[in-house]
Design a protein around this ligand. Sequence first.
Ligand code: AMP
Ligand code: GLY
Length: 422
Amino acid sequence: MKILVVGSGAREHAIILALLSEAHDHEITCTPGNAGIAHDVPCVSANPNDPEAMASMASQLEVDLVVIGPEAPLVAGVADAVREVGIPVFGPDQAAAALEGSKSFAKRIMDAAGVPTGRAHRASTLMEAETILDDFGAPYVVKADGLAAGKGVIVTSERGAAVAHTMHWLAEGDVLIEEFLDGEEVSLFVFADGHDVLPLTPAQDFKRLLDGDAGPNTGGMGAYSPLPWLANQFGSIDAFTRECVETVALPVVRQLESEGTPFVGLLYCGLIVTAAGIRVIEFNARFGDPETQVVLPRMLTPLSDVLYASAVGDLASQPAIEFAPDAVITVVLASENYPDTPVTGREIGGLDDARSVPGVHVTHAATAHDGERLVASGGRVLSVVARGDSFTEARTRAYDALGRIELRGGHYRHDIAAKVAE
Ligand code: AMP
Ligand code: GLY
C-alpha cells in the first residue's frame, strides 16, 4: 500500500516502524517528519495543519491511505479535506475531532451516550469558578476547554493554585471544573470506522514530569504495557477491554454517528479505574504519545489492515487484534526546561550505542539535523523503547540505553514501570 503519515513525533515514528515491520511491502511517506523518521522513510516538509496542502500532497503521491497522527491537523480539518479528494483517511473529520478539541463537547456526548465520567461544570467567570470549586472541594481539578498540549489541566489540593490556574485559562476561554476521580489511570486505544469499533490493549502513561508523580502535567514522560494489575482486577485484560468497549467506546461512536458526525480513526479513551468502576477523564481523537510506542510493538496483527479497514468502514470484517505477551516500556528523554520553555538546538549523541542494547529501539520525537549534527528541536526529544520477558528486564534495558545517550540538560523519569516490576 502507498501510505502518507502526517505528523512529526515519536508516535508517528512508532506507527511507521510498525508498518515497516509488516510482511506486506508498503511505500510510506511522512510529512513533515523529523530526523529519525527521515532515516527510515522519505519525508516531505509541509505544514501538517494546512488542509489544502495535505489533500494535494496525498493526491500527488497517489496514496491509498492517509494516517493522521496529531490532534492539531484533525481539529484544523485535514481529514475532511483529504476525504473530499476521495482518498481513505485514518483520522476523524473536524466535527468529530471536537471530542478531543473541546472538553465541553466531549462531556455533552458522554452525557447523551450515558458514559460514566466525573461530574463537571463549566465556568466563564472567576466568581462562577470559585463557587464550583468550593462546591466540589479539594482536591481541585480545573481544565482549559480547548487544546492545550497537556498543560491545560491542574489537579491540586491548594485552592490558591486552582484559582491561579483558573484565572490564567479564563483569559483564553471557558474552564471546566471537575470532580476529582481517585484511582489508577489507564489509556485504551480503540479503532473506529464510524459505526463499529475494535480495541487495542491498554497501557499506562506517566503524565507528571517528575519521579513519584510529582511536578506539573506534561504530554507524557513514559508508558508501559501490558498491565498485570488490571488483568488481576478484572479477571483478564480482555474482560476489562470488553467492558470499556460496551460502556464507553461503542456508545460514544454510535452517539457521534447518530448526530451525523461519524468518528473514523483512533478513539483514545483516557480512563480512571475508581473503586466505583471505570470513569472517563478524557477522549483524544488520535493515538496517544507515548503509549503508542509500547502498544504497537506488542501488536501481532498487521497495523495497516486495521488502519485501512477503519478508514473504509470495514472494521466488522476484522478479527480481534492479537498481542505478544512481552513487557514493553518507554521512557521519554526531554530537553532542559521542558515543559515550560524547552532549550532546543543542543546536540544529541550516543544513539548507536543506545540502540545496541538488546531489545531496545529509539523513536524520535523532536530531532533535526543542523549540518552534520543531530540536535534536539523540541521538548520531548526521544522515546527510548525496551522490551523484555519481564518488566525488570525491560527497565534494565531502557535505563541502560538512556545512560548511553548524551544531551546536555536532558532529563527523564527514573521510575517508569517501577511498581509493576516489583
Ligand atoms: P486530561 O488532559 O483531561 O487528560 O488531564 C490530564 C491529567 O490530569 C490526567 O491524565 C489525570 O492524571 C489528571 N486528571 C484529569 N482529570 C482528573 C479528574 N477528574 N480526577 C483526577 N485526576 C484527573
Ligand atoms: N499521553 C497522553 C496523550 O497522548 O494525550
